[in-house]
Design a protein around this ligand. Structure first.
Ligand SMILES: [Zn+2]
Ligand SMILES: [Zn+2]
Length: 255
């Protein structure tokens, strides 16, 4: 427990808090303005933003450290041979991204099985979609999703100081982009990267979409493993949520 409190106090350091607040304000202004240009769905920002801001705070100051605390006890990070650390950094970053995303795909698939669905339905609970709607994650979900990233990080063990920050920013940007309130995407692009409309389909309440478009960054996994739903063949008038009525506290805890 002391270990957990130590991590928490580290996270609450004023430097990180200031960077976090500045980053959050930039996202509010830029992303909300972008969504207002051509929103995919009607979102009551005044109602949802303050609530999701609280969710984001809980996620950052409790869910992430708690998931990290669990992962430190259950995940083994392999140490790769030294000659691998001499490979070009760009190649090692690419290997990290591909392997971590491959693992993320399978963890996500697993989260949609009856056994683990309770830990994931918090993420699927919003009945609206916009850039901050994807912040919901239970501790169990986050601890499981972290595993492939921790294992794959062995490839970037030897790296300049800025890489950790770049990965953190990439994760925030990726999550914002997947959920942003724009029906944006194109078939050719959806062979390379997950677009907003691609991930919106995954949040649809329609049972036909429940196990579709599970990829987080590279859609190739959906194409390879039979979970691809073509966004060109889906109406943009989606209804979001789980269709279940579960007490919010149970949703957030993931039980
Ligand atoms: Zn899901
Ligand atoms: Zn999502």
């Amino acid at each position: 427990m002391q270990d957990f409190l130590h991590q928490l106090s580290h996270l609450i350091s004023w430097k990180i808090t200031l960077v976090g607040i500045a980053l959050f304000l930039i996202r509010v202004v830029i992303l909300t303005a972008l969504e207002n240009l051509n929103p995919a769905h009607v979102v009551e920002y005044r109602k949802v933003l303050p609530r999701d801001f609280l969710v984001a705070l809980v996620f950052f100051f409790f869910v992430l450290p708690a998931a990290d605390f669990l992962d430190r006890r259950i995940v083994y990070q392999p140490s790769l041979p030294e000659w691998i650390s001499e490979w070009p950094l760009a190649l090692r970053i690419l290997l990290y991204l591909v392997l971590a995303d491959f693992g993320h795909y399978w963890v996500h698939r697993w989260l949609h099985t009856p056994m683990l669905w309770p830990s994931h339905r918090w993420h699927h609970s919003p009945t609206y979609m916009y850039w901050l709607a994807g912040t919901r994650g239970s501790v169990i979900q986050q601890a499981l999703v972290n595993i492939p990233y921790i294992v794959s990080a062995a490839f970037v063990e030897v790296a300049p100081w800025w890489l950790a920050w770049a990965i953190l920013l990439k994760n925030v940007a990726q999550n914002d982009f997947m959920h942003i309130n724009l029906w944006w995407g194109h078939r050719w692009l959806e062979w390379i990267i997950v677009t907003p409309r691609y991930h919106h389909i995954h949040h649809s309440v329609d049972p036909a979409h429940f196990r579709g478009n599970l990829a987080a960054l590279f859609p190739v996994w959906d194409h390879l493993f039979g979970t691809f739903i073509d966004p060109d063949k889906v109406s943009r008038n989606l209804v979001f949520g789980t269709g279940e009525s579960i007490a919010p506290i149970r949703l957030a805890i993931g039980i």
